[in-house]
Design a protein around this ligand. Structure first.
Ligand code: ZN
Length: 225
């Protein structure tokens, strides 16, 4: 079941004390409104009634979709306690046969912030595989850099739906508005075919990060092989 607590925080702008809901666990299909908030990227957003400021509060939270079979742990800051908790969970998964059977086909991911949570939920709920979305990003980075200039650092690339249908990457920068790049899903399909065996071999059974570093390692390996 979902777990929610009320917690007091201080508004960073007017310093007034606010009560906020802190969800340590969200469970689908029960918590459908929270899923909507995640997809709209308002789940971790807090509004101050006094000064009307809005800000993002990220905290540890588990997002578990039991129908679509995936578990996302939001870990904004990896401390020793959380690292241990993840280790224990992964150990249990590898030792406990009944748990493994009950959760057969589950995907386990660690995400760091609201954007990553939103993106994984979106990808999985679209019925797609996040591993090949990450390798697809690696292909798009040079194209994006060619367009905006090589010296402009990219702060994030997020997979999203286009209003007109189809998919796009939303690319964020420092001091520059985000840009969108149409995604060619034929490349995604192609990557899934070509990288499947190496990707499967290199996907840990338990909670793990599937991000740009993971994708780059997979693709470098592919080039060497
Ligand atoms: Zn305030």
């Amino acid at each position: 079941m979902a777990e929610v607590k009320t917690q007091k925080i201080t508004c960073p702008q007017c310093k007034r004390e606010l009560d906020i809901n802190v969800w340590s666990k969200v469970e689908l299909p029960y918590d459908a409104p929270q899923r909507e908030q995640v997809l709209r990227n308002t789940f971790f957003k807090v509004g101050c009634e006094n000064c009307k400021a809005t800000f993002t509060i990220a905290y540890n939270c588990k997002y578990n979709d039991m129908e679509r079979k995936y578990l996302l742990w939001v870990v904004p800051a990896m401390d020793d306690k959380t690292r241990k908790e993840i280790e224990v969970y992964n150990q249990r998964l590898s030792m406990d046969n009944s748990l493994r059977l009950a959760q057969g086909g589950y995907r386990y991911r660690i995400v760091r912030n609201d954007n990553e949570l939103r993106e994984k939920v979106f990808i999985f709920d679209e019925g797609l595989d996040d591993r090949y979305i990450e390798t697809l990003k690696i292909v798009y980075v040079p194209l994006i850099k060619n367009k905006v200039g090589k010296d402009i650092p990219i702060t994030g690339i997020y997979f999203d739906k286009k209003a007109s249908g189809g998919y796009q990457f939303v690319v964020t920068f420092v001091n520059k508005p985000p840009m969108c790049a149409d995604v060619n899903m034929e490349i995604y399909q192609d990557m899934m075919q070509k990288l499947k065996s190496i990707a499967e071999r290199n996907t840990p059974d338990g909670l793990c990060r599937i991000d740009a570093d993971w994708a780059l390692a997979i693709m470098m390996h592919q080039v060497e092989a």
